[in-house]
Design a protein around this ligand. Structure first.
Ligand SMILES: C[S@@+](CC[C@H](N)C(=O)[O-])C[C@H]1O[C@@H](n2cnc3c(N)ncnc32)[C@H](O)[C@@H]1O
Length: 235
């Protein structure tokens, strides 16, 4: 964990995505300017500014299980009275929230578990926007399958919609997280890897190697998988 955090410390974000994703999703959900929003698994708070742009008179609560990221998020945005960050489990939230945003973290628990956990935290008319790993094709290379082997529930776009329906939600709209959102993230990660490599001990070297593999896999297989951003509302 120490080595893992060393790699991710003070990066702009901890997963693929960009501000345009937030803007699009909040428009699709018809977010009010004074909305209360939960950023579930907010990491170091990469998306909070874009969320506040969508709801300038509102409030954003970031919940993140890794205390180090919470500390970074507070250092970054903690002076803004419209924001607060908590260390905690994203499934243990109460609300009520007008919107729940979750970038690149639903795969830790699965779509159904996440949507079921968040239902009671949504206020009337509230919506959820989440990005999740998705297969774009049935022709899946060994490289891509090996990388995603631990996400047993990973499926294609139709499969994600089925899970959304099965959890009692309607899909409002979906779109892919852009290649730019992946490239920006991986470019900053590559710079960090290069900086840490010369003095890396065995534990850190293993974490760096895993990241190099992750980046190479996406560069070789981005036509096979990516993140689908879905905006959903409970029925
Ligand atoms: C890939 S990062 C994405 C972070 C941020 N949303 C972003 O896009 O930069 C996934 C984050 O989910 C957090 N996480 C995983 N499971 C969690 C849980 N049950 N509750 C809260 N945070 C969780 C991890 O600690 C990590 O910071």
């Amino acid at each position: 964990m120490k080595a893992f955090f060393k790699l991710y410390q003070n990066l702009d974000r901890e997963g693929p995505g960009e501000a345009a994703d937030v803007t699009w999703a909040m428009q699709v959900g018809n977010l009010a300017k004074d909305a209360h929003i939960l950023d579930a698994a907010c990491g170091s708070g990469a998306d909070v500014e874009a969320l506040l742009e969508a709801a300038p008179k509102g409030h954003v609560t970031g919940v993140e299980k890794h205390g180090g990221f919470v500390k970074e998020a507070r250092a970054r945005l903690g002076n803004d009275p419209r924001v607060d960050f908590k260390t905690g489990d994203m499934t243990q939230v109460t609300g009520p929230y007008d919107a729940i945003w979750c970038a690149g973290a639903v795969y830790f628990i699965g779509i159904e578990t996440a949507l079921n956990a968040w239902r009671s935290a949504l206020g009337t008319g509230g919506f959820i926007a989440f990005s999740d790993a998705c297969w774009w094709t049935d022709k899946r290379s060994k490289m891509a399958r090996t990388f995603w082997r631990e996400y047993a529930g990973m499926t294609d776009q139709a499969g994600i919609e089925e899970k959304i329906n099965a959890a009692g939600y309607d899909l409002i709209a979906a779109r892919r997280v852009s290649s730019q959102g992946w490239e920006d993230y991986y470019t900053s990660l590559e710079a960090r890897i290069a900086k840490l490599r010369p003095d890396a001990d065995a534990e850190l070297a293993a974490v760096l190697d895993a990241s190099v593999t992750e980046i190479a896999t996406w560069r070789a297989c981005s036509h096979e998988y990516g993140y689908l951003l879905s905006v959903v509302r409970p029925r």
